[in-house]
Design a protein around this ligand. Sequence first.
Ligand SMILES: [Zn+2]
Length: 184
Amino acid sequence: MNSIVVPGEALCVEEEFMPFEGVYTLDGVVRANTIGIPIYDVVNRRIYIKPAKNPKRPKSGDIVIGVVDRIRDEMATIRIIGYDVTTTFKHTFTGILHISQVMESRAQNLYDFIKLGDFVKVKILNSYIPYIVSMKDPRLGVILAYCSKCGSQLIKTGDFLKCTKCNNTENRKLSVDYMLVKGK
Ligand SMILES: [Zn+2]
């Protein structure tokens, strides 16, 4: 009942509970807008998302998850969210991913490995802000991605990703934990 939800997850229909905080409504269905625990307030007939546990900030060596915010030629910025979807930081932090930290051999083009809006698992390499992050390890890389043509969730098929809706295929630097966003 009180399990963690991720953004976009359907929670109820509008007639059951009024959308309150951390949710949005699409075609009458109330969906999570953030990571956390959905609270069905039966007294006030409203629904909201209570954030998960909130440690202050990550330190060097930590593995964290985040969302790709911006990609430039040789650098991307990652909005660091938490250790996993059940343990999110109170505030998000900026992480810098340099093209030399994507894979063991030097990557040529960042756009071949990550795209805007991807959820990624990265390792923190320093102890101050902005954080410098790496995704070289097999556990690190993209853990959830959406189709750049139609926006549907992509599923892993062998070494690449495939859209279940439009059959578009895409490449990423995939984490072995792809789609295991709800914890270990
Ligand atoms: Zn698609």
